[in-house]
Design a protein. Structure first.
Length: 226
């Protein structure tokens, strides 16, 4: 049984890697809706612009949390992710979180073969094995660390395969692989920890749903992709 589970996990990770490479050129648009405690509060949409070996992915995220008519938490963010073939060459974002301005300016240094980051939470180098922590990219399920798309901080993570499930979303039935993604450092304060459940559809090479709990129960749900 242990050997079977190991083979199954290896097969899943391998398929994610291949799918990421093969389906890159097929992305045009990904639209996600954001829910908190079952209520729709915003969206996170990605647009893909391709020209030859260059791909630019732009993201717009916007949501607000209201209690008794008063806004207690609000985010408005925009980012641009640039690739040459499958190499990330730059990432830039600006995010307004309530009254705080956060940012990331990242580029790939060809000489050092590392990412150089200037962010609101981190300035320095990072390994090219990192993935920007955006939900369009299913490669986030096969890396040991990610870079925050909001602040530029580098976060080590542990991804665990939970099982194969069937979920319904927007009237469609998906056969999905369920993973958890958690911070490697268990001593981090709760508001700094990565602690997500992620459902991945191998057939379409898409992350279908993400859920987490922090000031309520949150879900990002894939509504549409082209």
């Amino acid at each position: 049984m242990k050997k079977f589970v190991t083979i199954l996990i290896f097969t899943l990770i391998s398929s994610i890697s291949v799918a990421h490479m093969a389906h890159y050129k097929n992305y045009n648009k990904i639209e996600m809706e954001i829910f908190r405690n079952g209520q729709l509060i915003g969206y996170s949409n990605y647009l893909f612009n391709k020209k030859g070996n260059n791909t630019i992915i732009t993201n717009e995220t916007k949501f607000s949390v209201k209690v008794l008519g008063a806004t207690i938490f609000k985010i408005e963010g925009y980012s641009e992710e640039k690739y040459f073939k499958n190499q990330l060459i730059s990432f830039n974002s600006k995010t307004k979180q309530n009254d705080k301005q956060k940012f990331v300016d990242l580029f790939f240094d060809k000489n050092s073969k590392k990412f150089i980051i200037k962010g609101s939470s981190y300035n320095g180098e990072a390994s090219v094995d990192n993935v920007i922590g955006n939900w369009w990219n299913h490669k986030i399920l096969q890396t040991d660390s990610q870079i925050s798309p909001i602040s530029g901080s580098v976060k080590e993570q542990v991804v665990t395969f939970i099982g194969i499930e069937k979920i319904e979303q927007y009237g469609k039935i998906y056969n999905v692989d369920h993973f958890t993604l958690k911070s490697k450092d268990v001593t981090l304060p709760k508001d700094k920890k990565l602690d997500f459940n992620i459902w991945y559809d191998q057939e379409n090479a898409q992350i279908i749903r993400i859920s987490y709990s922090r000031m309520g129960n949150w879900e990002y749900r894939l509504k549409n992709f082209e």
